[in-house]
Design a protein around this ligand. Structure first.
Ligand SMILES: Cc1cc2nc3c(=O)[nH]c(=O)nc-3n(C[C@H](O)[C@H](O)[C@H](O)COP(=O)(O)O)c2cc1C
Length: 349
């Protein structure tokens, strides 16, 4: 029996179905980190999801290492999210805003210097500078111990702004090679202070600061235990992420990116966390049903939602999916953003 279309709840979020739109950076904001008005249309088109998770939003200028991503550290940025959350709510949806600090996975030409737990640069691939050119990665400055609590406070302030702008929840982005992930994994955290002795400490401090500000019941956390992208690695991922999952107990949900074969350790991490789990990474409808039957609370779809505004309707009717166009994933205008067609009206009749 299908579970994808059945309701569930994640903390205080009541989901009418278990299909989540995964967070996806679209680099269409202004260079000052102000969300585009078109984003309201884009997200509202996808409001059939049980929960929309927004593209990653920088909590501070220091954490804003990519050009044309949104930020949430000033009033203009906050105001630019109000039409988005309004449009999603009017269309019957719910939206969590994903918050991050890009750490070493950014470029200093965008908003200033690049910082990380340790002064270790990424060695594979290239950075994007403020002019969208590919350039070599830079060596980040190692954060001083006393600077780190202030970054947790940046997350809390941005979380407050997200809620004040109308978001239903906040997702702390602890995945995909950004600052929190860099603290978690041994390959990027060579510190000898308390943040190196316990690599989950920074994540714990961010979660505590955000939960204190907006409530644990509307705070989610995303982790990517085995994703190797941007030279990430850990000597003992199962141990590291089991400790991370335990450290965040009590938040609304744990969102696991299963790239790199991490689905093998999902059950262990779900058990360590003990609350609702969203799984993500290469899911189609059949695999999603299998994951739900195996105990996941919800399944997040990335590229399928990007290319299919009415993904859930298509699943329900067994209709074919649109073909995604990777050339328009990042940057540009409405093409590849708000112009993917929904099923024709006559088919809906
Ligand atoms: C264009 C694009 C942008 C993405 N940006 C983000 C992001 O901002 N935050 C994040 O946590 N993951 C991001 N991801 C990863 C997706 O959330 C998801 O983990 C990935 O696409 C795998 O899921 P899928 O197979 O359902 O697409 C992005 C993926 C794509 C394709």
């Amino acid at each position: 029996m299908s579970q994808l279309f059945s309701p569930t709840h994640l903390g205080s979020l009541q989901l009418p179905n278990r299909a989540v739109m995964a967070p996806m950076t679209r680099t269409r904001a202004s260079l000052e980190g102000v969300q585009t008005p078109l984003a309201a249309t884009y997200y509202a088109q996808r409001a059939d999801a049980g929960l929309i998770i927004s593209e990653a939003v920088a909590v501070s200028a220091q954490g804003h290492g990519y050009p044309a991503i949104p930020g949430l550290w000033n009033d203009a940025q906050q105001r630019s999210w109000v039409p988005v959350t309004d449009a999603v709510h009017r269309a019957g949806g719910r939206i969590a805003i994903q918050l991050f600090h890009t750490g070493r996975s950014g470029h200093s030409s965008v908003f200033g210097e690049i910082v990380a737990p340790s002064a270790i640069p990424i060695r594979s691939g290239e950075a994007r500078n403020a002019n969208f050119q590919s350039v070599p990665w830079e060596t980040p400055r190692e954060l001083a111990t006393e600077e780190i609590p202030g970054i947790a406070q940046d997350f809390a302030r941005a979380a407050r702004r997200a809620i004040d702008a109308g978001a239903d929840a906040v997702e702390i982005h602890g995945a995909n090679s950004y600052l929190i992930d860099e603290f978690l994994r041994s390959g990027t955290n060579r510190r000898s202070d308390v943040y190196g002795q316990d690599r989950t400490r920074f994540l714990s401090e961010v979660v505590a600061a955000v939960a204190d500000e907006i409530g644990a019941e509307r705070t989610g956390v995303r982790l990517s235990p085995l994703l190797p992208w941007n030279d990430m690695g850990d000597v003992d991922p199962l141990d590291t992420f089991r400790r991370a999952a335990r450290a965040i107990r009590g938040v609304a949900y744990l969102h696991l990116v299963e790239g790199g074969g991490a689905e093998a350790i999902t059950p262990a991490l779900a058990q360590a966390f003990g609350g609702p789990v969203i799984v993500n990474g290469g899911y189609d409808q059949a695999r999603a049903e299998a994951a739900l039957a195996a105990g996941a609370s919800a399944v997040a779809f990335g590229v399928p939602y990007l290319a299919n505004p009415d993904l859930l309707t298509r699943f329900r009717r067994n209709a074919p999916l649109n073909t995604p166009d990777p050339a328009t994933f990042y940057g540009g205008n409405e093409r590849g953003y708000t112009d993917y067609p929904a099923l024709a009206v006559e088919r809906a009749a």
